[in-house]
Write a protein that binds this ligand. Structure first.
Ligand code: SAM
Length: 290
């Protein structure tokens, strides 16, 4: 249920932006959304908010923030770097009855697992494009699994969204797809046209929804990251050549994983990458103990 009374009690977003001189800065990846129907659709994609803490990166003038609060979030923690937005968000906190905590600063420096410990967390964000992929990789590679978040509902450039859900034998398939699909279920919920943003970005965007899942195989994250980085770092080469950058002889790794060395990275599915990671971990272990 959307709290329409709360939404209609708020001043129009464009007015708030003009009043606080929050003209969009490219350096901060600022492309704002104003359409409440679209913003509510993003929040609905996340699922029910009852019993969850919501975490938002980059609330800016607060369009998505309003939609999250109107959908009934009891507690919303938002990290914003642009100081021009802070008084706007403080006002929104007051109007929402103190449900919004704003953390001023850089989201890349926040230790979310500690900050958000306690209730289950839904992360909902229209991410700044310059740190979007780095944040996603951080949330996908948390040491503990299941992670501190129970869902991620994130806006990306469409091209990044496609890399997250890509399947083998496609040009989009790479490290991001393997990390995202190893122990999560990502899907593209819907596309968002450029014109929905102010100012419009150069490309179409898409909302991606990700939920944690059982890992396809229980392999060390470090090894999975190492083999995917090596294999896709030189994706045109055969694995017997590209895996040399691991600093180990690739032959026993490929043999142990039962993967022919003349294949290329993009034909391997996620279970095959897990076998490579397990073989890599076993070899590293035997090196350590010898
Ligand atoms: N949520 C708003 C919306 O949907 O209209 C704004 C989204 S805009 C794409 C990205 C926001 O992230 C901006 O408000 C920008 O100031 C903020 N931002 C950029 N880099 C950031 C960082 N490293 N940490 C926290 N916020 C950041």
């Amino acid at each position: 249920m959307i709290d329409q009374d709360f939404l209609s009690s708020l001043p129009p977003l464009r007015e708030v932006i003009a009043e606080h001189g929050l003209n969009a800065k490219k350096s901060l990846g600022q492309n704002f959304l104003f359409d409440m129907n679209l913003l509510s659709r993003i929040v609905r994609t996340a699922g029910p908010l009852e019993g969850h803490t919501v975490y938002e990166v980059g609330p800016g003038p607060g369009g998505l923030t309003r939609a999250i609060l109107a959908a009934g979030a009891e507690r919303l923690i938002a990290v914003e770097m642009d100081q021009r937005a802070w008084p706007i968000l403080e006002d929104l906190n007051t109007r929402s009855g103190g449900r919004l905590d704003v953390i001023p600063g850089d989201a890349m420096k926040v230790d979310e697992a500690t900050l958000l410990a306690g209730k289950p967390v839904r992360i909902i964000a229209n991410l700044p494009y310059n740190v979007g992929t780095a944040l996603l990789v951080r949330w996908l590679t948390t040491r503990n699994w299941p992670p501190f978040w129970s869902s991620l509902t994130l806006m990306f450039q469409k091209e990044v969204a496609e890399r997250i859900v890509a399947k083998p034998n496609t040009a989009d398939y790479g490290r991001l797809a393997v990390l995202a699909q190893w122990r999560s279920k990502p899907r593209i919920a819907f596309d968002v046209p450029r014109q929905a943003f102010t100012p419009p970005p150069k490309v179409t965007s898409a909302v991606v929804h990700i939920e944690p899942a059982e890992p396809i195989a229980d392999v060390p994250l470090k090894s999975l990251e190492a083999v995917t980085a090596a294999a896709f770092g030189q994706r045109r080469k055969m694995l017997r050549a590209s895996l040399k950058s691991l600093g180990l002889d690739p032959t026993p790794i490929l043999e142990m994983a039962d993967i022919p060395g003349d294949l290329r990275a993009e034909v391997l599915d996620v279970p095959a990458f897990c076998r490579l990671a397990a073989a890599h971990a076993a070899l590293m272990q035997s090196r350590k103990s010898s």
